[in-house]
Design a protein around this ligand. Structure first.
Ligand SMILES: Nc1nc2c(c(=O)[nH]1)N[C@H]1C(S)=C(S)[C@@H](COP(=O)(O)OP(=O)(O)OC[C@H]3O[C@@H](n4cnc5c(N)ncnc54)[C@H](O)[C@@H]3O)O[C@H]1N2
Ligand code: MOO
Length: 411
């Protein structure tokens, strides 16, 4: 039993139950904004995007060569070159029997043509060509609308815009899109011992690493971040910072002060200003993680220990924020790996240990420990590439047994 602390009174919530509770409250932002396509990367579409154009808008050549009517080949072995079609400069001349057009890749097919032969497959003398290869009707022609038909939905509402979609949107001539607004995320570190990196370190102080780590994890999610910095372990200072942050943000992320120490005010103040949905999880690291609501703002109270902050934010914070932003949460697949060492634990909490997984030549996965598993050991977290997941009631695994791993994506 723990030390006479609140763990005695507050039962630990199972990881899956905590995640389910968290996600159950995750309402998606509804406000929309219009953005130029260039600024829409990573954003969530608020409406379907419909193409006003056929793409390609006109039948065109896939090769540099000669365009002609395939039917002519029944009667003729040679064709006269009567016009030229360049990309951006279509030929005005319609082809008649036994005629062909010099044509370049991307150029519009002249009227009367339905097939293109590449120039390497013809013999040209003056303005006459003879075909040196068999060719099928319609060969090397990109049909009008073969990629996208006018009126089709090219990207559905709710889609997260990827780099490749920017190309697609530009190809259909869309300059602006309607997207959901960014989720506003505020960050606070608490602790008298904390100093911003780059400043001198006095006795009893450490550098703040949690806020920067969480901000780095948030970067690919494209949220709007406001950094409220380091707040001293003083009730009033913490209450002020939390009030300011929750007035502005959709989600407040705090680090530290959620355990049971004499200066651990964060959880206490959050419960005074709002409601704690749950506190204390049956997970390791990250037991004192707290979740709740102050006014319209949700808060995620990360434990101060750096690895606990990182792991709880990865396992609980990222899916919550993705869902609030209207993004689908990652369908993570735990895979089986052979433990190369013992991964031991005590029953009672689900553990997310730091592992280094590698694939063998026969495609099997193996995992070793990334080092010390303490919740302050950032060097092991940095070396690791995956969570080694040890179920709550297990005592871990011994070397050569199979264990579940999940690769880091945001860490
Ligand atoms: N009597 C008990 N003590 C503790 C318990 C418990 O159940 N009973 N739980 C332990 C666990 S588990 C964790 S995790 C920590 C969490 O404590 P807090 O969230 O209150 O965090 P702090 O006490 O403020 O700090 C803990 C640790 O982390 C360092 N820290 C804090 N913030 C940062 C930061 N931004 N960057 C880097 N390092 C940070 C801080 O200096 C402490 O060393 O409580 C255990 N104690
Ligand atoms: O959960 Mo604490 O995070 O064990 O250090």
């Amino acid at each position: 039993m723990d030390c006479g602390c609140d763990a005695v009174k507050t039962p630990l919530l199972a990881f899956d139950d905590a995640l389910a509770k968290l996600l159950a409250t995750a309402t998606v932002v509804t406000e929309q904004q219009t953005l130029t396509v260039q600024h829409a990367l990573g954003r969530v579409l608020a409406d379907d995007v419909i193409s006003n154009f056929n793409i390609p808008p006109y039948a065109n050549s896939a090769m540099d060569g000669y365009a002609f009517k395939h039917h002519d080949l029944i009667s003729f072995t040679e064709l006269d070159v009567v016009t030229t079609s360049l990309a951006g400069h279509p030929s005005e001349q319609a082809l008649t029997a036994r005629q062909c057009a010099r044509i370049m890749t991307g150029a519009m097919l002249p009227k009367g043509a339905d097939t293109v032969i590449m120039q390497e497959q013809v013999h040209r003398e003056g303005e006459r060509i003879s075909l040196q290869a068999q060719i099928k009707a319609g060969a090397n022609v990109r049909a009008q609308g073969e990629d996208i038909a006018a009126g089709n939905v090219v990207l559905p509402k709710g889609h997260v815009i990827q780099a490749r979609d920017i190309g697609l949107l530009c190809a259909i001539g869309v300059a602006q899109v309607s997207v959901l607004r960014q989720l506003k995320v505020a960050l606070i570190s608490t602790g008298d011992e904390l100093v911003e990196p780059g400043n001198p370190l006095k006795t009893g102080q450490i550098f703040d690493s949690n806020r920067q780590l969480v901000m780095a994890m948030l970067a690919p999610l494209g949220v709007e971040i406001r950094d409220f910095g380091i707040i001293a372990d003083k009730r009033e200072a913490i209450a002020n910072a939390i009030t300011q942050a929750t007035d502005w943000a959709d989600v407040l992320i705090t680090s530290g002060g959620v355990s049971v120490g004499d200066a651990d005010y964060v959880k206490e103040i959050l419960s005074e200003l709002g409601d704690i949905n749950f506190w204390k999880l049956a997970i390791k690291p990250g037991k004192p993680f707290a979740f709740g609501q102050v006014g319209q703002c949700a808060f995620l109270g990360l434990p101060g220990n750096p690895v606990s902050a990182a792991i709880t934010f990865d396992r609980l914070g990222i899916p919550f924020i993705k869902l609030r932003q209207g993004q689908p949460i990652d369908q993570e697949m735990a895979i089986k790996a052979t433990a190369l060492v013992d991964f031991k634990k005590r029953p009672g909490r689900t553990e997310f240990q730091r592992g280094i997984a590698r694939q063998t030549t026969d495609g099997q996965w193996q995992v070793e420990s990334a080092g010390l598993q303490g919740s302050g050991i950032l060097s092991a977290l940095s070396r690791a590439n995956c969570h080694v997941i040890l179920p709550s009631e297990s005592e871990g695994v011994v070397a050569s047994q199979q264990v579940d791993i999940i690769f880091y994506k945001y860490l």
